[in-house]
Design a protein around this ligand. Structure first.
Ligand code: HEC
Ligand code: HEC
Ligand code: HEC
Ligand code: HEC
Ligand code: HEC
Ligand code: HEC
Ligand code: HEC
Ligand code: HEC
Ligand code: HEC
Ligand code: HEC
Length: 312
């Protein structure tokens, strides 16, 4: 019965949110469902009773091919109140006469209430930063990403995950199709790189919900050679890789935010010889080809004794 207590606990909070933010949900229907939960009239027939009417719907019965329909685990909903673990007590429900809690596209209660049902079993390791995450604040529901009545939840496969995330994050979908981008699953055969190679879908303590303690540590998971320490450090590299790289994709080589010399001059405009770039020749080493990188080729830092200017 833990999930019911959780649900009722959050419903108080949901009430407060409704007062301050205006009604986002059909309050009558939600109030009716909360009331039903309090009455707690569970069916004596379990799933069998539900399946008398819902058993011919293949989408519904697909549940039995998923972990939530498994009969061998004591942690499974099937070992508990079965369908009513998630959809709430049947009460008088026989169809339209009285609603059941619903999720996904046809949800009839707030995301917070839906999520409290799932969290009654899943508030473990992977979800401890969910509360207060941007997805939580934005009222994204667990079932916006996860499907329950299916043998394999699409978001748990690399390609399915990217499709799910970019269905809301269209900017990142556009970026990953740019000329220079990470080899994302589905776009590059053999790659299983996904959004969660860098992000935590369930929130984290870092800005932008990264899956490591800092932005650079996120990159070092795969680009360990950039970690250093090096004898001659280039300050922005140790500070933040995104000073120079657009990590979701860019029209410039190496996912650079801009090309050299502009990239370098965004910080070094008035330094030393940089003014020579504007000499109008167009073919000097300062602007042609690799530009500043012709000479300062070790832009990520150098271990050479004479590498202080990143030339070697
Ligand atoms: C682990 C939680 C969970 C359990 C257990 C569960 N469901 Fe569901 N149910 C959902 C979610 C979430 C959806 C939304 C669609 C999806 O994600 O697959 C849903 C959708 C439905 C729908 C479709 C409603 C619509 O919008 O058309 C019906 C009907 C349904 N479930 C009935 C059942 C029956 C019957 C059982 C027991 C055999 C059951 N559910 C067990 C979570 C659950
Ligand atoms: C006597 C037949 C019958 C029984 C028994 C029954 N349902 Fe339903 N249920 C329906 C019908 C019909 C609908 C579609 C109502 C509509 O289209 O609005 C429905 C809708 C639903 C929905 C969608 C949400 C909603 O309220 O519209 C869910 C979820 C659901 N039922 C779950 C269950 C569960 C879980 C059980 C068992 C505890 C169950 N039903 C028992 C007939 C039944
Ligand atoms: C009664 C407890 C219970 C509830 C409620 C519940 N789950 Fe689960 N869930 C489980 C168990 C048990 C498993 C299988 C073991 C595991 O992976 O932890 C599982 C597995 C999962 C998985 C992994 C599936 C896979 O194929 O590996 C996802 C994702 C998930 N649940 C999401 C949800 C969502 C979303 C909800 C709410 C709609 C929900 N769960 C509600 C108990 C529950
Ligand atoms: C933004 C999309 C998204 C949302 C929202 C989301 N998940 Fe997930 N979830 C994922 C992805 C992607 C994975 C697989 C990669 C991973 O484990 O991080 C996953 C994995 C899982 C797993 C299986 C692996 C594990 O960590 O145990 C469970 C259980 C789960 N999610 C439960 C939930 C619950 C409960 C909620 C709601 C509080 C939720 N998820 C909300 C995307 C999401
Ligand atoms: C290579 C690592 C990496 C991958 C893969 C990645 N991201 Fe990011 N993402 C980041 C970093 C680092 C930031 C923070 C800095 C920034 O905005 O550039 C970020 C920021 C974000 C933001 C917040 C942007 C803002 O303006 O607040 C969103 C949303 C986002 N990513 C979504 C996605 C989605 C969706 C995918 C998969 C299609 C994805 N990311 C793949 C590293 C990554
Ligand atoms: C149902 C739509 C939806 C889906 C699906 C979705 N997101 Fe989001 N995401 C949002 C919203 C809304 C925000 C709030 C920020 C905003 O206003 O853009 C957000 C914010 C983020 C942020 C910024 C977090 C922060 O703390 O700054 C990241 C990163 C992100 N999403 C990654 C993902 C990833 C990875 C997936 C897939 C596993 C995903 N999202 C799926 C709607 C979605
Ligand atoms: C999950 C592993 C992974 C993570 C995490 C990761 N990368 Fe990458 N990165 C790759 C792979 C794979 C390539 C392609 C390498 C190749 O083509 O040889 C790549 C390529 C690059 C490139 C070169 C692109 C080009 O066109 O030459 C840059 C720049 C880059 N990553 C920056 C970053 C930054 C910055 C981060 C952290 C925000 C990051 N990466 C996190 C795996 C990762
Ligand atoms: C000062 C700007 C700057 C910063 C900051 C920066 N890079 Fe780069 N990066 C470049 C330039 C310019 C190139 C292309 C020239 C080259 O290959 O060295 C590049 C190329 C790359 C490449 C592809 C070629 C290679 O060297 O493997 C990777 C991977 C990469 N950067 C990762 C990172 C990571 C990870 C960080 C953070 C630790 C980072 N970069 C920080 C400027 C920068
Ligand atoms: C985000 C800002 C930023 C960008 C972009 C940037 N740098 Fe730097 N660079 C710095 C900082 C800060 C230092 C350290 C300056 C100091 O210690 O006086 C530095 C130091 C240097 C030095 C050593 C100078 C010295 O006096 O020790 C060289 C050479 C250099 N950068 C070249 C480049 C080149 C070439 C690029 C373009 C590929 C570039 N930088 C892009 C911020 C940047
Ligand atoms: C033809 C080779 C060459 C090119 C191209 C080049 N540099 Fe240099 N750079 C040098 C040498 C040699 C020094 C040390 C002597 C000096 O200060 O002129 C230097 C010094 C520097 C310093 C340190 C200046 C100081 O005050 O200590 C910075 C910063 C710098 N370069 C940035 C750049 C930027 C930005 C570009 C591109 C716009 C660039 N360089 C292009 C050769 C080059």
């Amino acid at each position: 019965m833990k999930q019911i207590q959780t649900l009722l606990g959050s419903s108080l909070l949901a009430g407060v949110l409704t007062l301050t933010c205006g009604p986002a949900w059909a309050d009558d229907a939600q109030a009716q469902l909360i009331d039903k939960f309090q009455q707690g009239q569970y069916s004596g027939k379990g799933a069998d009773g539900c399946l008398m009417c819902h058993g011919r719907d293949e989408q519904v019965t697909a549940l039995f091919a998923s972990p939530h329909g498994s009969l061998d685990s004591s942690a499974s909903p099937m070992a508990q109140l079965q369908c009513e673990t998630c959809h709430g007590p049947q009460g008088q429900h026989r169809g339209k006469n009285e609603p059941m809690i619903n999720f996904g596209d046809d949800a009839n209660v707030s995301a917070e209430l839906q999520n409290s049902v799932c969290m009654s079993c899943h508030e473990d390791g992977g979800r401890h930063d969910w509360q207060g995450s941007r997805h939580d604040f934005a009222e994204v529901a667990c079932s916006d990403c996860h499907q329950i009545h299916t043998a394999s939840d699409p978001v748990l496969s690399p390609e399915g995950e990217i499709a799910t995330c970019t269905s809301c994050h269209s900017g990142q979908r556009a970026d990953m199709n740019k000329r220079s981008a990470h080899p994302m699953a589905g776009l590059h055969s053999g790659s299983d790189m996904t959004c969660t190679s860098c992000h935590s879908a369930h929130g984290s303590l870092t800005e932008s919900a990264l899956n490591q303690v800092s932005l650079n540590d996120t990159c070092y998971q795969c680009h360990a050679e950039k970690r250093g320490p090096v004898v001659w450090e280039h300050a922005p590299v140790t500070d933040n890789c995104t000073s120079c790289h657009d990590v979701h994709g860019s029209v410039n080589d190496a996912m650079l935010t801009r090309r050299a010399p502009q990239l370098c001059q965004s910080c070094h405009a008035s330094d030393g010889h940089a003014s020579r770039v504007y000499d109008g020749q167009g073919n000097s080493a300062f602007v042609a080809g690799q530009s500043c990188l012709n000479c300062h080729s070790q832009v990520h830092g150098s271990n050479h004794p004479a590498g202080s200017l990143f030339e070697k």
